[in-house]
Write a new protein. Structure first.
Lengths: 273, 171
């Protein structure tokens, strides 16, 4: 049975880096997102949830104060019917108009305007939530957790050793990330993956997600695995369609954009081929 | 054996605008509701009259962008897709995707702009045209067309055009 997500989502604002804790909401249809806005002094954080209640995207919009004079274009807020005035000097841009319990997001292109209204929510206060990744990291280092992920990525049935206090948490993480129903986890000293050059990518990801809610952290990690798998597949497909030189060209491009990811992909392609 | 002319076509744009759905619909997948989000890149191919399109479907997710954008290199044609029901996806074509294309491939790269999800279109034509004008200032937009991967509308027109442009490409 699929686990239900927790009631709270903890995410990071892409603009100011602040952690925000809010109740989880659900979109109604496929592909669409249900959005909420959180006020952050000079900008709004916009959060889009999918139909499973998982945060699919975050964005930020600077708050625009309405001009008191100068040439303006006006529109009416569809929610509160208040008149919105936007300076004609702005020919292009996206920004937010603060209407207290809702925000009007404005997109301007030339003299054409599109807008949408999103409800504003007050983030919850209180002690930070301790998600699954944070719990595990209280007992092992990011290096050791990255090694676990790398061992499993390379060979899913591999035996993993962790301290007794987190054995259930690590099993849960592996189940959620890789869909392995009975992970091979035992009590013992965690091992470090022999090719340490492959660990940086996961260490960065782990550090990035450790304070997020479990669902959002797992989603980001899972996407990272899928990214790795898609890169391995694409490069081997290029090899098949063209030749090894062409595949190497793309590998070199990957090396330039992300050396740590390149190390992982190279390691996995070597095993595969 | 007839030698195929291979043309690299890049599909790019924000996450969830329907890039993979458009490609899969063309390749004959009937139920697009089961299509999963692309992570990284995915490569498909389609052949017609001695031309093979090598279709690179790029993930639209923000946190993968730095990694995948360099893979645009070598594209002969670019298809930039936005969602006709989500203004921000068109805005990101102006702000982000057309910039990535220009920086990676130069401003002359032949580009088709596709507004997908025509079945639930919300954006006004005026706004779309204004936005496309903005994109035209950065890259070589050959064509704008609207599609619906749900109903199939516009999909074959898009690929007919792609093959037509591909035949003119020097590889």
């Amino acid at each position: 049975m699929k686990d239900m997500p927790s009631n709270l989502a903890v995410i990071r604002c892409p603009k100011c880096g602040r952690l925000v804790k809010i109740p989880r909401i659900y979109a109604s249809g496929i592909g669409g997102a249900k959005k909420l806005a959180v006020r952050h002094e000079k900008h709004f954080l916009i959060i889009g949830f999918d139909r499973y209640g998982i945060v699919r995207y975050t964005d930020s919009f600077d708050i625009l104060s309405e001009p008191s004079f100068s040439d303006v274009v006006t529109l009416t807020c569809p929610q509160c019917k208040r008149l919105i005035a936007i300076s004609s000097d702005i020919s292009y841009g996206k920004f937010a108009i603060d209407h207290q319990d809702h925000v009007v997001l404005i997109y301007k292109a030339g003299n054409k305007i599109e807008f949408e209204v999103i409800d504003v929510i007050e983030p919850l206060k209180g002690p930070p939530e301790v998600g699954l990744i944070r719990k595990i990291l209280r007992n092992i280092t990011p290096n050791e957790l990255a090694s676990i992920l790398m061992f499993i990525l390379k060979q899913p049935e591999t035996k993993i050793f962790v301290p007794a206090s987190i054995i259930d948490d690590v099993k849960k993480l592996i189940r959620k990330l890789f869909g392995i129903s009975a992970p091979n986890v035992e009590i013992g000293m965690p091992r470090v993956y022999p090719n340490e050059m492959t660990l940086d990518f996961f260490i960065n990801k782990i550090e990035h997600v450790q304070h997020l809610s479990t669902e959002e952290a797992i989603e980001i990690l899972r996407e990272s695995f899928e990214l790795i798998s898609s890169l391995c597949d694409s490069i081997t497909k290029i090899w098949r369609l063209y030749n090894i030189d062409e595949a190497c060209k793309y590998l070199n491009q990957l090396k330039t954009s992300s050396k740590s990811l390149y190390n992982i992909v190279l390691e996995l392609i070597r095993i595969k081929c | 054996m007839r030698v195929l002319k291979r043309v690299k076509v890049a599909f790019a744009g924000d996450a969830s605008v329907g890039k993979t759905s458009i490609i899969m619909k063309y390749l004959g997948v009937r139920d697009i509701s089961q299509i999963r989000k692309t992570k990284g890149v995915s490569i498909e191919n389609a052949k017609y009259a001695g031309t093979e399109l090598i279709i690179w479907d790029f993930s639209g997710q923000e946190h993968f962008r730095d990694i995948i954008v360099p893979f645009l290199t070598g594209s002969h044609i670019v298809v930039l897709v936005f969602d006709l029901s989500e203004t921000k996806t068109l805005y990101n074509l102006i702000d982000k995707w057309s910039e990535y294309v220009r920086k990676t491939l130069g401003s002359n790269i032949p580009t088709i702009i596709v507004g997908n999800k025509r079945d639930i279109k919300r954006l006004s034509d005026d706004f779309i045209q204004e936005a496309i004008q903005k994109i035209r200032k950065k890259i070589n937009v050959l064509l704008y067309l609207e599609t619906s991967a749900v109903t199939g509308e516009g999909i074959s027109t898009l690929f007919d055009k792609l093959f037509q442009y591909a035949q003119a490409v020097q590889v």
